[in-house]
Design a protein around this ligand. Structure first.
Ligand SMILES: [Zn+2]
Length: 369
């Protein structure tokens, strides 16, 4: 059974898992006690579904506002923190876009990226594919150069500085017209932006993947990797459309595939990666509670799922928090955690060499520098 997911992972993994307790809990999370009483090891993972704008913590928002002379409509940190307790998509999007106002200069984008990588390293992230929404910044009068160069300047040395290899993904807002996305992609290609892939995000329902057929064709021609949000709130048919019309290699979210047994069979057979974000799904009410999340059923079905944080500052946690809460609710076994970690590495757009390195690290229990 494990061979189906382990791929080129050497050794008999479940047995080895017994020997790799150790490591430390990430900041702000409780030590996860294994059966022997030792803290559970923080597994090396690839984070494949992460919006850099969704990592803006309240403290950084206030710091950047002060640096840029921006007056925030909150009396202080406490009031802003309370706003993070939203209960629906619209209240999230309102706050998400409003908070971006503090991102004005390359240094601001760099500070945000630095803060994410520092936190991600503590969460066990060893490879990160990071989405950014250029259109959300262009519409505020911030240039492509400012947002791209600010983020990219930190990603350029992420492996040396944080032990995290990275790729920047240009994500497009699907509630805007395709022409807008095409114009931005042209701009990114013209400036030779260091992007490795494109994605599609924001309000899904009513904005089916097929709307962006030309965008994906152009990105493919340019040699970029392809991913798209599909089947978060939208129907399973959007997943099929993203695969067949856009030709994506990976589906972000994809939980609605569970409504379509034929699609599940297809995704299992093709090993199509699904970047699942459990805490995000709870917070945006794609599922009622974490206990209702389809992740265990997806794993049982043999789907190639990984665990990701989406917009961690807004949705209650980073990758390690997602794992900790999954374990608490579903009593996720070490085997399942390792399987999810291995899936994330296999599903990444990292080089084969880097994947092999991370799988070896996962398998050996060692933490590489
Ligand atoms: Zn997302």
């Amino acid at each position: 059974m494990f061979r189906r997911w382990a791929g080129n992972l050497p050794g008999h993994y479940p047995d080895r898992m017994e020997n790799i307790a150790g490591g430390t809990a990430a900041p702000g999370t409780e030590a996860d006690e294994s059966e022997g009483g030792a803290p559970a090891r923080v597994l090396p993972v690839a984070e494949l579904h992460l919006h850099i704008e969704g990592t803006l913590q309240p403290e950084l928002i206030f710091a950047l506002a002060e640096r840029n002379g921006i007056t925030l409509p909150y009396s202080g940190l406490e009031e802003l923190r309370e706003k993070y307790e939203f209960t629906d998509l619209q209240s999230f999007l309102d706050l998400y876009y409003a908070n971006m106002a503090v991102l004005q200069t390359e240094e601001d984008f760099a500070a945000m990226t630095h803060a994410y990588l520092e936190r991600a390293a503590a969460a066990g992230v060893r490879h990160a594919e990071i989405m950014m929404d250029p259109q959300a910044h262009l519409s505020r009068g911030i240039s492509l150069e400012t947002c791209v160069n600010g983020v990219a300047s930190v990603l350029a040395t992420s492996q040396e500085d944080f032990g995290i290899s990275t790729m920047l993904i240009a994500a497009f807002l699907r509630d805007l017209p395709e022409d807008s996305a095409l114009e931005v992609l042209d701009g990114l290609l013209a400036m030779e932006a260091p992007i490795g892939a494109i994605g599609l995000d924001s309000a899904e329902v009513g904005n089916p993947p097929a709307k962006f057929e030309r965008l994906y064709a152009k990105a493919r021609e340019a040699g970029l990797r392809l991913t798209a949000h599909a089947g978060e709130e939208g129907p399973a048919s959007y997943i099929i459309e993203a695969l067949d019309v856009l030709g994506v290699e990976r589906i972000d979210h994809g939980i609605r595939c569970m409504d379509d047994p034929d699609l599940v069979e297809r995704l299992v057979a093709a090993r199509t990666p699904l970047t699942v974000c459990p805490l995000s799904n709870v917070r945006l009410r794609a599922v009622d509670t974490l206990a209702d999340h389809p992740l265990p059923a997806m794993l049982a079905a043999g789907l190639n799922v990984s665990v990701n944080s989406d917009d961690p500052a807004y949705f209650g946690g980073y990758v390690d928090d997602n794992f900790a809460q999954l374990k608490a609710v579903f009593d996720l076994s070490d085997f399942d955690k390792a399987r999810l970690a291995a899936n994330s590495i296999h599903s990444s757009f990292a080089s084969e060499e880097r994947k092999a390195e991370l799988l070896e690290e996962l398998n050996s229990g060692e933490v590489a520098p």
